[in-house]
Design a binder for this molecule. Structure first.
Ligand SMILES: Cc1ncc(COP(=O)(O)O)c(C=O)c1O
Length: 398
């Protein structure tokens, strides 16, 4: 499907639809007249077969306790095998009400209060909160940032030192990494996982952005398949169809544990949670998405790639001192605005001068004041509007 057709069929105006991204602008940013580029969901309707699957189930009219069914696992496994060489066995899969909740549950299952949990910053802000809110010690190691290329890399020495110094028990990995935009290579993953293995650290790998590989030279490698599964005894994989197919409000995600011992440890915890049954509407949706969603996803990726190319080309010409993250994966791009606006009063500038609703760098890491994160899974006209506003405000400021 070409871009025009995709936009015609799926682009939708979400104002006044009980939508957080647009309908919370006033309460969150203090004004309504903003281009909404924050939070990670999209202006696109999910594929028709997904809507049909939910509608069919809804029309049956009963929403009682449900069983799972083999075709669900077939669809999940097939998607993961075809795309990422990671066929999934039914026995490995546990359900949760979202990937962040799954991180919380993993923290409970695999650590004790006050245990140290490692994150690599800048990273999606709930990674910070989910550790501290659950009474664990948060250990942060900064990614290395090249402030000319916008490329992030891991600092293995600092990671190993932090693990040893703090007796880290759990590493919460983001892969692909939001908002650093990295699709970690197998080699990079091998290095960090081997450090974890050496020091007995369990790795919870949040792979919710797995399907958003923007740079065609990159390939997403699940932590569980690195070096033919060498690290399976320490890896817990979290993923979902929610980010990929715009299904976040169905609150449904997977915890995939291939290792029997880790699974037993998780199940012991989950027993105490009692309610781990299924969300039938979400499962109908996910099965349909993984069965029929390929073409839709490929078209979506091209829209995101074009939005990124447009943003980069215009900024390079009109505000060349903005550093754009080297976005290999996810649809969330960081802009380093420091050369134009410094690090103070950023939100006032962005909201009141640029009329943009964004996420701010300091939400993701201590050293990222003066950065903003923009969501590119949206209408190209909104990207144009956002760039127009940003460039005009920067030039007015000068
Ligand atoms: C890395 C990462 N994990 C988790 C989430 C949220 O997932 P959920 O809504 O399933 O908790 C996001 C949303 O942006 C994310 O970027």
């Amino acid at each position: 499907m070409n871009k025009e057709e995709f936009l015609k069929r799926y682009l939708t105006d979400r104002h006044n639809s009980r939508c957080m991204k647009w309908d919370s602008l006033k309460s969150k940013y203090g004004r309504k007249d903003l281009v909404s580029m924050w939070i990670a969901d999209m202006e696109f309707k999910t594929p028709e077969p997904v809507i049909e699957a939910i509608t069919k189930r809804a029309q049956a009219g009963v929403f009682g306790y449900s069983n799972d069914w083999p075709e669900y696992y077939d669809a999940l496994s097939n998607w993961m095998e075809t795309r990422y060489h990671f066929p999934i066995k039914k026995d490995w899969v546990r359900f949760c009400t979202g990937c962040v909740t799954a991180i919380a549950w993993s923290i409970w299952a695999f650590t004790k209060p006050k245990d140290a949990c490692l994150i690599l910053t800048p990273v999606y802000y709930p990674f910070h909160n989910v550790v501290t809110y659950n009474d664990r010690e948060l250990v942060k190691v900064d990614l290395d940032y090249n402030n000319e290329s916008g490329h992030f890399t891991m600092n293995y020495e600092a990671i190993e030192k932090a693990i040893v110094d703090n007796k880290v028990k759990l590493f919460i990995q983001c892969s692909p990494h939001n908002p650093a935009g990295r699709v970690w290579t197998e080699d990079e993953l091998d290095k960090v996982l081997s450090i974890c293995k050496k020091h007995g650290v369990i790795v919870v790998s949040d792979e919710i952005h797995q399907d958003f590989v923007i740079d065609k030279d990159r390939h997403f490698v699940p932590a569980a398949v690195v070096k033919n599964g060498k690290y399976r005894d320490i890896v817990v994989t979290l993923n979902a169809a929610s980010k990929t197919f715009n299904l976040a409000a169905l609150i449904h995600s997977h915890i995939i544990i291939t290792d029997e011992k880790l699974r037993a440890q998780y199940d012991l915890f989950a027993r105490g949670m009692n309610r781990t049954e299924l969300n039938i509407l979400a499962m109908e949706a996910v099965q349909a998405a993984y069965t029929y969603g390929d073409e839709w996803l490929d078209s979506l990726l091209n829209v995101i790639r074009d939005n990124l190319a447009y943003l980069k080309a215009r900024l390079q010409k009109e505000a060349p001192e903005i550093v754009v993250t080297d976005l290999e994966g996810t649809y969330l791009v960081m802009l380093d605005l420091r050369k134009y606006i410094g690090t103070e009063n950023v939100s006032d500038f962005i909201v009141n001068k640029c009329r943009l609703a964004v996420d701010y760098g300091e939400q993701f890491g201590d050293n990222y004041k003066g950065f903003i994160r923009l969501n590119l899974a949206t209408d190209p006209n909104l990207v144009k509007q956002a760039v127009d506003n940003l460039v005009a405000a920067i030039h007015n400021k000068a």
